[in-house]
Write a new protein. Structure first.
Length: 406
């Protein structure tokens, strides 16, 4: 299923090919103020558009992080391996330390890495009930970074007798869940590219030094599908456009076939005595075109911040419907007949056109043709239609401007 279309060069001489390739790479590096950041259910991949200050270098703890993460990833790759309890405890200690909130991490397997610590004004039980609930799609909790998500049938989380949020306080012996997940991300804020890929997943819930801890691990399973053209219409209000066309939206690099080659993240949640939760994401990413990695640490950091902003705005909101209500709404929309779903998505597409037809990017001929006369509905399959309608429902509940409101 993976699309591995390569770059087709015109009939230039070898010297010209090398020269053009070099110039294009330099242009790409200059044009990309930030890069791809993979955010799955923990975080995810997006080329981010805002420059950030250099991260603080973690030394010597950085090597401790790498060693711990490598031990955890080994457990992901080898299900028969012993639970990496010591490695997970090491990361939990780092999360609760007095170190800096933004960290540069040593390179792993050619991928740049960073860490970001955030305080979430929510107990771990609430985070588990929403963000680690297979009945609540991840894009309802991570609307700025995830478009589609789905656990594969063999995943342990689908077969739990007792939901994770009801298993607190946790045991000192980690409860370990494994699985695989499909994910498609939202467009990057600079290039407009969006990507889909599979993830190997591992969750571990345990108690460390009297605190409940969740370690959530994601490792990309193979190369992503080729990047496609999308548009960030309003990132703060989670409004996005997806063309389904291969390439990047940014004109100078629009022809490029770009991929996420590899990504892995470990997200650690430690519940605090005051009922809040400290979350720290340890993230590495390798992505670009023609096998070249163009991602910098600052790119990944900005993507982590984008993820964290949306996650907190959802999970901390007093207006967030009960998890059971979100699950019921999801089930309702998934069960719609084709005719009813088609009716609703056509209305959504007409509203999209009404609100955004004069957008400087959507007004381009290629995108305008897709949008014309509510034609955007034809660009969406059933899963994408349900996702779009559920996101509009969430925005209405949280009083974030929906498409209908403009």
């Amino acid at each position: 299923m993976k699309n591995t279309i390569g770059i087709c060069w015109p009939a230039f001489s070898l010297f010209e090919k090398v020269t053009i390739a070099t110039l294009l790479l330099i242009s790409l590096l200059l044009l990309l103020p930030s890069g791809v950041m993979a955010e799955q259910s923990d975080a995810f991949a997006t080329l981010s558009g805002n420059k950030t200050a250099p991260t603080k270098q973690l030394d010597p703890t950085g090597q401790s992080v790498v060693q711990a993460v490598q031990a955890i990833l080994n457990a992901v790759d080898n299900p028969q391996a012993a639970s990496p309890t010591e490695a997970m405890a090491t990361l939990a200690d780092i999360v609760t330390s007095d170190g800096p909130a933004e960290l540069d991490l040593p390179t792993m397997d050619g991928a740049k890495g960073v860490a970001l610590r955030e305080q979430v004004a929510s107990p771990l039980s609430r985070i588990l009930e929403y963000a680690y609930n297979p009945d609540v799609p991840a894009y309802l909790v991570l609307p700025s970074v995830v478009r589609l998500s789905q656990w594969y049938p063999e995943s342990d989380i689908l077969n739990l007798q007792t939901p994770l949020h009801q298993q607190l306080p946790a045991s000192a012996t980690p409860l370990v869940l494994r699985g695989r997940e499909y994910e498609e991300i939202t467009p990057d804020t600079f290039s407009g590219g969006y990507y889909s890929y599979d993830l190997q997943r591992m969750l571990a819930l345990f108690q460390h030094q009297g605190r409940n801890v969740l370690v959530s691990v994601s490792r990309q399973d193979g190369e992503s599908e080729v990047g496609k053209k999308g548009v960030v219409l309003d990132d703060n209000k989670w409004n996005y456009f997806y063309s389904g066309k291969e390439g990047l939206t940014q004109g100078a690099i629009g022809w490029m076939d770009t991929y996420m080659y590899d990504s892995w993240s470990v997200s650690v949640f430690v519940e605090e005595p005051d009922g809040t939760t400290t979350n720290m994401i340890f993230k590495w990413l390798r992505a670009g075109w023609a096998g070249m990695n163009v991602v910098k640490g600052s790119h990944i950091l900005e993507g982590c911040k984008r993820f964290a902003r949306a996650f907190r705005s959802v999970i901390e909101s007093d207006l967030l419907p009960a998890a059971g209500e979100l699950a019921a709404k999801t089930k309702e929309l998934l069960a719609l007949s084709e005719n009813e779903l088609d009716r609703r998505i056509k209305h959504y597409a007409r509203q999209m056109e009404r609100v955004w037809k004069n957008h400087p990017v959507l007004s381009r001929r290629t995108f305008a043709k897709i949008m014309e006369g509510g034609g955007y509905a034809k660009a969406l399959n059933r899963e994408q239609r349900v996702s779009a309608l559920l996101l509009e429902y969430l925005k209405k509940q949280l009083q974030t401007a929906s498409i209908r409101q403009g």
